[in-house]
Write a protein that binds this ligand. Structure first.
Ligand code: DP6
Length: 352
């Protein structure tokens, strides 16, 4: 929208409609095929697919106040957090060209997470998705239309790549892939052809290491530039996604497990072989992985693990195996978690 259109837009609105409050809840997500490596502006080096979660979420309210000298204020869990503002400011600057109406507003943001602060669960996906939804809500109000979820995903991506996948669910792919019609590097799209077993898939997040990780995802993505295995890794991710699409349609859990675990280990293999190399797994991470594999071999219960860029382990399993898996966690795996802490999450349908 250009400036003249914006002025016309505003003159069509009543004065008291300029202030606007938008409240959104957006969940976190866990990738099955990992996004690791990117190009400017937030273009993924390979496509990815994730389960949208439901219990690990961010709640965000944005008060849009008309202003001639717009500013951003932010409260996190009820307290002013000036240290969060530069990241939000650069996000708002970055999306300005797609949301020109924003330059007439100050943003007073109040945000909180459902998961404990410093639990090691990344909040950038849920946080950026909730903020993008609030902005698209304002846009819908100004233009008298519905919230555009594709645009919300597009904007969320510019805040944090994985956030693009938190807008809808339970399965979201992001990044061009030859086997996914309408796939795009610019926004994520729901994968609607999955076997019903995946609609209720469970994710127990085992908190092996709470607190800030030693190397951020931003640094990790950058280390994929000039990584000796980058080209092969991006090809592998494309190949894994092609295979996983078939498995997701058919519900073959043995193959699901094989691909998902290999993806998690390949992600960490990239970290182990970067220059400089680094290790985000902890001894407890490996102990949990070994025990999950032993339990699976002994019981035939289709439980598997995945990892994000950290030490925590996501334990994935069909809902019908919930009791047996929770027993496994309580009896064996919780011992490797900080304060024996874990969160029981499950697939969900995205931002509200
Ligand atoms: C390992 O989305 O956090 O979780 O785009 O720099 O914000 P930025 O990175 P981010 O990276 C996520 C990496 C991952 C894999 C994934 O979620 O696909």
């Amino acid at each position: 929208m250009n400036d003249q259109l914006l002025e016309e837009f505003k003159s069509n609105l009543k004065e008291n409609e300029f202030s606007y409050k938008a409240t959104h809840r957006a969940p976190s997500n866990i990738a099955l095929v990992k996004y690791w490596g990117k190009y400017d502006p937030q273009i993924p080096a390979n496509p990815s697919i994730s389960f949208t979660l439901s219990k690990a979420f961010t709640d965000t309210t944005v008060f849009f106040e008309p202003s001639k000298s717009p500013e951003i204020n932010l409260k996190f869990e009820g307290e002013a957090k000036p240290s969060f503002i530069p990241k939000i400011q650069s996000f708002v600057d970055r999306i300005g060209v797609y949301c020109p109406y924003l330059k007439g507003y100050s943003l007073n943001i109040e945000t909180s997470n459902s998961f404990p602060h410093s639990s090691g669960i990344a909040s950038s996906a849920s946080g950026m998705a909730a903020l993008a939804m609030a902005i698209c809500n304002l846009e819908a109000k100004l233009s008298g239309s519905e919230v555009n979820l594709k645009k919300a995903s597009f904007l969320a991506r510019l805040g944090s790549g994985s956030a693009a996948r938190s807008i809808e669910g339970p399965l979201m792919s992001w990044g061009f892939h030859k086997d996914i019609t309408e796939s795009s590097d610019l926004f994520a799209t729901p994968f609607l052809e999955a076997h019903p077993i995946f609609n209720t898939y469970q994710d127990a997040i085992l908190l092996v290491h709470k607190g800030v990780k030693s190397v951020s995802s931003t640094v990790g993505h950058n280390l994929m530039n000039n990584h000796p295995f980058a080209k092969r890794r991006f090809a592998q991710a494309n190949d894994h996604l092609a295979k996983l699409l078939t498995v997701l349609r058919g519900g073959e859990l043995d193959q699901f497990i094989e691909i998902v675990e290999l993806e998690a280990l390949s992600l960490h293999a990239m970290m182990l072989s970067s220059t400089p190399s680094y290790i985000l797994m902890q001894p407890g991470t490996l102990s949990i992985i070994q025990r999950i594999r032993t339990f699976r071999a002994e019981t035939n219960i289709p439980v598997c693990f995945t990892l994000d860029a950290g030490a925590n382990v996501h334990v994935l399993y069909p809902v019908e195996n919930k009791k047996r898996v929770i027993d496994l966690i309580d009896n064996e795996l919780a011992a490797f978690c900080e304060d024996r802490q874990y969160l029981l999450d499950e697939c969900g349908f995205g931002a509200k």
